[in-house]
Design a protein around this ligand. Sequence first.
Ligand code: SF4
Ligand code: SF4
Length: 357
Amino acid sequence: MPDGAAAPVMTAERVKALAADLGADLVGIASAETLNAFPPDPRWPQTPDRVSPHVKSVVAIVQHIPVAAFRAKTNIAVQYIDMLVLRRMDRIAFRIAEALEDAGHPSFVTAAQETDWNLKRASYGRLSTRHLGIEAGLGTFGLEVNILTPEYGPRVYLTGILTEAELEPDEILTEQVCIGESCSRCLYSCPSDAVRHFGIDKRGCATEAQEFGYAQITGFFDRYIGLDRDRKRDFNRSRGVFGFWQGLLRVVGSFGDCPRCLAVCPVGNDYHAYLADVQKFIPEKTPQKVEKAKAFKQARKEGAEIDGLNDWNERWVGPEGYQGMVARQVQAFKQAQREREAELASESNSRVNEEIL
Ligand code: SF4
Ligand code: SF4
């Protein structure tokens, strides 16, 4: 039973300190009022108000995906670690919700991965966690409309704690984190060519990212029902059936199956430290994709009407445009590397001197 009288008052600072202690990589706060006023798509409002009219604030937390998975030879490492990251993130979020509730503020955690079929006919949840993160000041949209955090680029998962506590919200970033059209590495890497101009063809993406997701599984049953006995036996030995089984067993394959646009994005120190070498070359890049990126660049230069950059969406892309954040990041990273190398060299010299003396 919550004991509001005995528990400390939960301020934004306390919530953030608790999240950091519990192991959240990043944390930010958005006010429910702002989230209700700026739904991602006003025709299909993914707002706290639709979930509970009592929610006052949403605490957004971020867990990064360990970078080693993006250095592996196949996508399987990312697919499995994704599930572990989500479980850890859910546990941290639950503990924050409990602490808020103990302090007298009813609170609960959103499902980080869910689909509400009353919304559009694709994977749209009751809330959009990427919009939560942006409204909580943690990043801005990339060209492929993943949230890009300055710290880890798009290699993150997010969830939200919906609380009745009035917490001081964070400021939304106005500088575009994504390098934009002149980079277009996510576009080049996409195996289903699903990246649009600050937009995504969700169905195209799902063919790779949800290889054994809902649409694929129902299609599988449709095909299976019409087969004769011999062909059913062959079907049962196919990769599709095994993928379905793995999905049931480990939730692998139903989402987050394709890591390509995450792996090649040059935002974040994790990229500079561990991915710049192995992900520099993009084998999926084609002359057609290069032309597509050039057309995007030209359209933006000419101020053409671009759906992903319209007055409503610009808020989440970063209205100030790209100001060189990644270049500044690379410089700071290289400087820190040089200082570290100098420190190590000096320690090594001291050891040698001690041995001589
Ligand atoms: S997840 Fe894969 S298929 Fe989807 S947009 Fe990114 S690269 Fe393309
Ligand atoms: S790969 Fe480049 S264009 Fe794509 S999201 Fe990252 S920074 Fe933006």
